[in-house]
Each structure stands twice: as C-alpha cells, then as structure tokens.
Design a protein around this ligand. Structure first.
Ligand code: NAD
Length: 361
C-alpha cells in the first residue's frame, strides 16, 4: 500500500516511517512542515530507501496538501502532524488551533475530495487514520481507565485542540462517509524523543549534571507506551481496523512521574555512573506544578487486543532501559538540538496555578 504520514519527521511519525520501511512492503510519503519539533535526522536511517519520499508542507496549506495527495495517491493517510507539547499550548495556544484544528479540517477536506474520485476498489480500501491522545478524556481519580466510550473532557489548550480534531474526524465519517479510524494513545517514550518531554529531558539533564525538575510532588500518573509498540499498533489499525471504529492504545504501564524519574536515575547509576559515585537521584528537584495538571491517565486497551490481536511487547522496565541506552549511545542526535533550540526552557507557567475550572472541580 501507499501510506501518507503527516508529521512523519516528529517523534511518533518518524518511528512509524522507519518501522514501515523496515518491516513492511508499503511505500511511504512523509508530509511535514518541519517545525521546531521535527528532526530529519530521525528519518536518516530510511531516507535513501526507494520506497520512501518526503515533502515539506504545512497541513493548513490546502493547495500543497491537495498536490501531495494527488501526486502520491495514498491508500491510507495517517495523520500525526500536530503541535504536541502541553506546556507550549499553555503559553501560546494559537499554533495549536491552527495546526491541530484547522490543519485536521484541511486534511479531511483534501482526503474527502480525493477519496470521492477514486475507482471503487481503491475507494473501498482507503482509510483516513487520525492519531490522537488519551488527554481528550480528561483526568482520572485513583481508579478506572479510559475506554473508547469515555466522554470527552479536555482541560488544556492542547487536549482541547486534539478533542476538536477528533470530533471533526468523526463528523467527516458520519456526514460524508469518509472511512475514518481514530486512535487515542497514552504517553509515548523511546528513541528520538524531543528532549523537552519528560523522559528524555530527565536523561539529558542528569547526564549534564543539572537539577531534574519534577513538577509538583511528582504524583501525577501516566500510562507509558513504548513508541515501537505504538507504531505496530498503528499499522494493525490501518491495515485491519474497521472504518468508523476507535481504538485506545496503551502500554499497561502506569507510573507516577517521581517513580519514572527514580527509575531513570537507577538505570543511569548502573549504565553510566556519575564520576563521584553518587546517585543521579540526588539531582531531583521538585518545582512549581503545571497549571491544571491532570492527575492520572490510564488506558483500557481491551478492544485493540481482542479485535486486532495487538499487545505491547515491552514492559516499562525493558522499554525504559532501551531508551536510556539509546540516549547514551546517540548524544550526536540530541546534543545539537539542545544547543540550537533551547529545548529545556521551562514553559507553561504563564497562567495562574489554580485555574478557574480546576478550582471548581
Ligand atoms: P511531535 O511534536 O514530535 O511531532 C509533530 C510533527 O508534526 C513534527 O515533525 C512537526 O514538524 C509536524 N508538524 C507540526 N505542525 C505541522 C503543520 N502545521 N504541518 C505539517 N507538519 C506539522 O509529536 P509526536 O509526539 O510525534 O506526536 C504525533 C501525534 O501523536 C500528534 O498528533 C500527537 O497529538 C499524538 N500523540 C502523541 C503522544 C506522545 O506521547 N508523544 C501521545 C498521544 C498522542
């Protein structure tokens, strides 16, 4: 098949592209605007493959998107392009509305026009696969997990923009019959993760001898998903998932942030001890919390397991060790990013720490 991957130069998109080129016979076109979050070096391992192509374009640019689709004639569009960092969305939400809402609308319109003109066999095979987040469901208490029918309750500008995009995708399925599929996944981690996100940030700061900034008391819980498990799930969904269906994807690996950071420190103590022999855990520093910080996310991935036979291959321990080893071996990838883009600057404190809605719940 021909797979068009928007956002293919980002963290998950590039993992998907590398996976498809290495482990499937599919042809891949990456469409990406190359924002601050993109790293073309993450695509270097497959860039010379004859089944791989790249086009630089903004998903809000209807003419460029239309040209790319008509030229490539995809069987599947996997739509990952997005502004993805919650802290940045609190400081500067406009780009999130543009890319995540208007960009998804533009992609849907272009996909619909193209799909209508396809011959019947290709029309039946086509899928528009939208990649979204568990953050659209809001925050959980101490128990329970998000299912595909959990009501939406987004609480950050990021999750609200993703929720809006999910509703648009669903509407294009219902109103126009476009064969859409939606997946909502939990927090990803693994190689090539931009070092402003928690796990890579902690690794590079630890190695740099800096303080490890844990938000609040580190009690927020995330359900961690190794990125290579995620991309296998995405492939299963667009190859075998039913049109109009939604699938939650999670790693079955809930951890408190502070426990993640302690586990990282323990791994680094073993794999790359500090010169003074002390533990990296001594660098942990509790800092001001993210405003409106959702307490807990957890995914119930029963549907994708039962219907498509997918399950994560990595436990949190094996995935985290692979990740730490990768960052230790690939400083050539992340050091230039830190130098060029001030990736570790603290963001997302622009608003009052007790937002109105937060206080009222
Ligand atoms: P990322 O920030 O690493 O990459 C996003 C990519 O999209 C970048 O390459 C960027 O250049 C591109 N992009 C941004 N704006 C664009 C535009 N206007 N036009 C074209 N390209 C544009 O993001 P990621 O972590 O790889 O996430 C990918 C998708 O998965 C997103 O839709 C995100 O909401 C979703 N998601 C991510 C996670 C996670 O843990 N990373 C969890 C749940 C859902």
């Amino acid at each position: 098949m021909r797979i068009l991957v928007t956002g293919g130069a980002g963290f998950i998109g590039s993992a998907l592209v590398r996976h498809l080129i290495r482990h499937s016979g599919h042809e891949v076109l990456t469409l990406d605007a190359l924002t601050y979050a993109a790293t073309l070096t993450a695509l270097a391992p497959v860039a010379d493959d004859p089944r791989y192509r790249f086009v630089q374009a903004d998903v809000c640019d209807a003419a460029a998107v239309g040209r790319a689709i008509r030229g490539f004639r995809p069987d599947v569009i996997t739509h990952l392009a997005a502004e993805s960092h919650v802290d940045r969305s609190i400081d500067a939400p406009a780009a999130f509305i543009d890319t995540n809402v208007v960009g998804t609308f533009t992609m849907l319109n272009a996909a619909h026009a193209y799909w209508q003109g396809l011959p019947p066999v290709e029309r039946a095979r086509f899928r528009f696969h939208h990649i979204s987040t568990d953050e659209v469901f809001g925050s959980l208490g101490d128990t329970g997990a998000f299912t595909e029918s959990t009501p939406y309750d987004p609480r950050s500008p990021y999750s609200a923009s993703k929720a809006a995009s999910d509703h648009l995708v669903s509407a294009w399925g219902h109103s126009y019959g476009l064969p859409v599929i939606l997946t909502n996944c939990s927090n990803n981690y693994g190689p090539y993760h931009f070092p402003e996100k928690m796990i890579p940030l902690m690794i590079v700061k630890a190695l740099g001898g800096e303080r490890l900034p844990v938000y609040g008391r580190g009690e927020n819980v995330r359900d961690w998903l190794y990125v290579e498990d995620h991309v296998r799930a995405l492939q299963a969904v667009f190859e075998r998932g039913a049109p109009g269906r939604r699938y939650n994807i999670g790693g079955n690996a809930e951890r408190r942030n502070i426990d993640v950071v302690r586990a990282l420190c323990a791994l680094l103590d073993r794999l790359h001890p500090r010169p003074d022999g002390r533990s990296y855990a001594g660098q942990i520093d509790f800092v001001a919390d993210r405003p409106g910080h959702d307490l807990r996310y957890a995914i119930d991935a029963t549907r994708i397991r039962e219907e498509l036979g997918w399950a994560p291959q990595e436990s949190f321990e094996t995935g985290l060790e692979k990740t730490v080893r990768w960052y230790l071996a690939n400083a050539d990838w992340w050091r230039p990013i830190l130098a060029e883009r001030a990736a570790d600057q603290r963001r997302g404190l622009a608003q009052s720490p007790n937002g109105f809605f937060n206080a009222s719940r």
